[in-house]
Design a protein around this ligand. Structure first.
Ligand code: IVH
Length: 679
């Protein structure tokens, strides 16, 4: 006996806990329009409570959420009693349950022929009742608790797809139309984008946005919101006739000016209903609005009336719910991924959860701002959303489930891979590792950049070869390039003996470079070719750049505070200095740069363009020589061009220079010019 009592006490305790939790979430959902948990979670708790109450009917109390549908109406709006209650629908989650529903319908009707069903999307929005008297919109009301709703007439009047006056003729004198108000995805995205720009709170999903928009006391605000209404039923009518099937009624509503679903179909028998599940499931991702399932309704109104209602749902209709797009789970950890460009992306590691048809365990958190927006703490209960093919997201945190002492998630100051400092540009949300070449995560890209034509110009060391060398672990960093052995290269794809020989000699040749190229090759953020050249020309020696302060660097032509800071940060890192020293120790060298006095830049302020082929030097060399004399070298001829250097094969640039009367020099004259200035 004692054991039975203990079991009963336990059941009662659990039941009370469920009621408390459901009432809390019901209040947030129905009264505050700020649900904290996904619908699927609410449904699960609700069903658990219902099952428990079915086992122990004596324990049902009047305050149980199962004894009322929904929550209390919002007190700010006048209450409206529905003439006919606005019911909800029974739910099924798989085809077998739907077949069982059809069997129940046929059993009840004592029929063994196929039933015709109307199939239509289940809109994920807010149910509304619209009352028309003699064709004029008199009143709009929310569903509220099903019996009593809120008067939102002023707000529904602002929605373009709701007719103020019915079109055509033949409508009953009194007509109550029911449907769903929702926000199409595109409008929702735009609304949230604007909210972000204005630093306002964003809506977690389109349904929430629609609810928030309808609750506005100022209907002028509602008018700015992109809402739509799709009609799906008639509540009650008087003084007129309606067609005898649901689908014909919908078509009639369409004629009277309502938006009705273009996805609606008739299905003969339950097997065609199952075909419709496949059809609409395939359309779902590309639909312009969110749906959370399908509603199947017995098409014949007379049969509907025969079947009638059971508690809060009709016996003649059933909702088939798609897998939930939002689920609740636990945040186990946050890891930080370092991308090719050093961008650091936080990734939430969550307890695996089945959502939107797949199991999700990793969810991107995008950037540091997103962590702040969510106010994430380790171990938090979070809501994961995966809609269609969209990547999973954490939409919000269930703060009421946060455990005491939970530690806030904090974005790292240092790169999790190489330990270099992490920084961002003003106005950017992405934080990056400042490690550049020393950061293994950025390794491959750094090596590709180092070898590229305008950097160390290692002929034959293309992207594919770099990838293979890193993947096969022959090299880890750029310095390893200068220790590469023939044995490593011969094993690579498409590398014959001759190519290996050529590549090794190109690597050797690249050791002779210029300081400007070397600085550019290091891949310091914001240090492009021009900045590399300006630094080389201003400081002359690498050591002076290494020691330079922010002020020294900013004094250089074209170097702003961000580039200056990146240079200082770069050389503040021991790993970077070690890398540079290793390169030099392996033979990378350059001629000292003679720092010219300001007046020793005779071409300062002049713009040159090079075209055609040169015999005594490459175009890149020609460009560097001009730049060392202070000239700017541009890729195209314009009225601002001072001089065009044209070798054989020059085409349109030569013609344009001629038409603009720009000075033109051939190679001999160019070499003469360089000689004149000692270049
Ligand atoms: S018919 C008596 N049709 O689903 C039948 N409802 O869980 C009443 N809903 O509150 C509903 N799309 O807001 C019906 N095509 C559709 C629907 C639909 C969405 C909503 C409706 C209702 C809820 C029922």
């Amino acid at each position: 006996m004692a054991a039975i009592d203990a079991a009963l006490d336990k059941a009662k305790e659990h039941l009370e806990a469920l009621k408390t939790e459901l009432n809390y979430h019901g209040h947030r959902y129905y009264v505050l329009d700020a649900p904290e948990v996904p619908d699927a979670e609410y449904d699960r708790l609700f069903n658990e409570l219902k099952a428990l109450e079915e086992t122990f009917p004596d324990m049902i109390t009047s305050d149980s959420p199962t004894q009322r549908v929904g929550g209390a109406p919002i007190s700010d709006f006048a209450s409206i009693k529905h003439e006919i209650p606005m019911l909800s629908l029974g739910n099924v989650f798989d085809p077998e349950e739907l077949i069982a529903f059809d069997e129940r319908v046929k059993d009840r009707l004592k029929l063994d022929r196929e039933i015709k069903y109307a199939c239509e999307p289940k809109y994920d929005g807010i149910a509304v009742s619209l009352l028309y008297e003699n064709g004029l919109l008199e009143r709009g009301a929310t569903r509220g608790d099903g019996q009593t709703g809120e008067d939102i007439t002023q707000n529904v009047r602002t929605i373009g797809s709701i007719p103020m006056r019915l079109l055509g003729s033949g409508y009953p004198q009194t007509l109550e139309v029911r449907g769903e108000i929702y926000m199409p995805r595109e409008g929702f995205n735009t609304l949230n984008k604007k909210a972000i720009e204005r630093e306002e709170k964003i809506f977690v999903n389109p349904r929430n946005a629609a609810a928030g928009s309808l609750r506005q006391k100022d209907s002028a605000v509602t008018a700015t919101r992109p809402l739509e209404m799709c009609a799906y039923n008639v509540g009650w009518y008087d003084g007129g006739e309606l067609p005898s099937t649901h689908l014909d009624i919908l078509s009639r509503l369409g004629e009277w000016g309502f938006l009705v679903s273009t996805f609606r179909r008739e299905a003969k028998g339950i097997s065609e209903c199952i075909d419709y599940i496949d059809y609409l499931g395939g359309q779902r991702a590309s639909m312009p609005f969110d749906i959370d399932g399908i509603v199947f309704k017995v098409n014949d109104i007379e049969i509907q009336q025969t079947l009638g209602f059971i508690s809060r749902a009709p016996r003649w209709a059933m909702a088939y719910k798609f897998p939930a797009q939002e689920e609740m789970t636990l945040l186990n950890d946050v890891k930080y991924q370092v991308g090719r460009t050093g961008a650091i992306t936080p990734v939430a590691k969550v307890e695996p959860v089945f959502v939107g048809g797949v199991t999700v365990s990793n969810v991107t958190l995008h950037n540091r701002d997103e962590i702040e927006r969510l106010g994430l703490h380790m171990g938090d209960t979070v809501i994961v959303r995966r809609a269609g093919d969209v990547i999973p997201q954490i939409v919000s945190v269930v703060e009421s489930k946060r455990v005491e002492g939970a530690v806030p998630v904090s974005f790292p100051d240092c790169c999790p891979v190489c330990g270099s400092s992490v920084s961002t540009k003003e106005g950017e949300v992405i934080f990056r590792c400042s490690g550049g070449i020393v950061c293994e995560a950025q390794g491959k890209e750094a090596i590709k950049h180092f070898a590229s034509r305008n950097a160390m110009d290692i002929d034959g060391l293309g992207d594919k070869i770099v990838e293979q060398l890193v993947d096969e672990k022959f090299i880890h960093s750029i310095a390893d390039l200068y220790s590469l052995e023939e044995s490593a290269l011969v094993g690579l794809e498409r590398m014959g003996e001759k190519s290996v020989e050529n590549l090794l000699s190109a690597i050797e040749v690249s050791k002779n470079t210029t300081l400007a190229r070397f600085l550019f090759a290091l891949g310091i953020r914001e240090v492009g070719q021009t900045t590399g050249r300006n630094l080389a020309q201003s400081f002359g020696a690498l050591d002076s750049i290494r020691k330079a302060s922010l002020e020294d660097l900013q004094a250089v032509n074209d170097i702003g505070p961000i580039a200056a800071k990146n240079v200082v940060d770069f050389f503040a890192h021991e790993k970077n200095n070690l890398m540079v020293d290793t390169l030099i120790a392996k033979g990378v060298r350059w001629d000292d740069v003679i720092v010219p006095a300001k007046d020793a830049l005779p071409l300062l302020g002049k713009t040159y363009v090079l075209t055609g082929t040169l015999e005594t030097m490459t175009r890149v060399e020609g460009k560097e020589k001009l730049q060392s004399l202070g000239a700017k070298v541009s890729g195209s001829v314009s009225s601002k061009t001072h001089c065009l250097i044209a070798g054989p094969g020059a085409g349109s640039k030569l013609a344009k220079a001629e038409s603009l009367n720009v000075e033109i020099l051939d190679e001999d004259a160019f070499v003469g010019l360089l000689a004149e200035y000692g270049g």
